[in-house]
Write a protein that binds this ligand. Sequence first.
Ligand code: ADP
Ligand code: ASP
Ligand code: MG
Length: 457
Amino acid sequence: MIVMKFGGTSVEDATAISRAAAIVKGRVGQKPVVVVSAMAKVTDQLLAMAKAAGAGDRDTAQRLCRSLQERHYNTAGELLGTVRFTRFHAQLEESFQALDELLRGIAAVGELTPRTTDNVAAYGEMLSSVLVTEAFVANGLDAVLVDSREVIVTDSTFMRAAPQFEETNERLLANVRPLLDAGRVPVMGGFIGANKAAVTTTIGRGGSDFSASIVGAALGAERIEIWTDVDGMMTTDPNLCPDARRIKVISFDEAAELAYFGAKVLHPATVLPAIQKNIPVYILNSRNPSGEGTRITTRAPKCRNFFKAIAAKKRITIVDVAAPRILLAHGFLKAIFDAFDRHRIPVDVVSTSEVSVSLTLDSNESIPALAADLASLADVKYEGRKAIVCLVGENLREIPGIAAHVFGELKDIKIRMISQGASEINLTFVVEEEDVPEIVRRLHKKFFSELDPEIFA
Ligand code: ADP
Ligand code: ASP
Ligand code: MG
């Protein structure tokens, strides 16, 4: 069997869904399970309406909800014949009534919790998965909806819930395997799941890729296909640099590093289940389905270029923690990391000196609480609007003068932190957010003007 995951843009309207249906039809013999994201931008809109409702702004919440309803109705109308649409219409109506009630409830209480946020956010994938299933059936596929909340079991960390693999694998085998055996095409929403008490959860933004690999690993897929809006994993974000080129093949480690440091094309957790079961992951373009895409695999062939790709992650905050000398005992770092742990804030880049530690974290709401906590330990300074730039390639430790090659190109740029050697495959540094486009363009020109034809297209 294989898993085919279609991202938001690949199911964004009737044309995109019809394209997805044709792509799946071409692979029916390989027993696909289809995982879909919410239609493009829908998750953002759901979160916006939840927030508006939480702030007591019922009008905005309702307006957003109505426009979402219209979009789903219109798409369904275009995709399904009259008879099918009439039946489906009632089902959509029910979902939107429930969503409307939920928003009213949030507005009445005037408070939005992570748990209710997930309740609202899950509508994106719930709606897209029923719609895509109907559209596939109308296209002659024997598609059948599997409610992800019944098979993807997570913990209760709402908005970034962690899958409970044992239980999830059992349920996927029990519920999805028989459908495949019967020659049917199961369709599931990505991103969503439920805890053991059947309360809806989501596994973090961009998480449908992760859902796809969870399903693939549980069912022993031959291949996991991530269908998106670009030709594959590219040498850098094509939005930042139009010269970006397709990477034909890349290792799991390299892809994970790129995903973690900002290459949005793949959710960073996607590779974990795939590595464990050694399942190759392909990134493919649903608008160019005959393209070869990118193959992500355990071992990539040797590459003549130093680097495979450049990623950048914006909205980073630098935290400088300066210790009073008296505290410079062995327990200092532990105390700092304990504080991050208490606030569940992941740290990306770290550098230390005799008297201070600098760390980077994603800018988010937990920072003020962390600040207060750390302030009792040491002097703490914060600076937002930073970005991490990350160059990825295998065996970087072995290449003499690699840093000179990189920083030689950036002589006039303010570099705030540098890290190399934590893994053999990345060189990472922190800069001002506004310098990112210029840095990426310069480095791309330097390192990707001539390309190893074995690795790049
Ligand atoms: P989907 O909705 O299909 O999950 P995403 O928007 O999450 O798609 O990811 C695809 C986008 O990732 C691309 O449109 C591109 O702008 C961005 N991106 C960032 N870095 C890269 C990269 N190195 N290669 C390809 N795409 C990238
Ligand atoms: N719809 C979710 C999001 O926008 C999950 C995904 O698309 O992968 O974050
Ligand atoms: Mg995505």
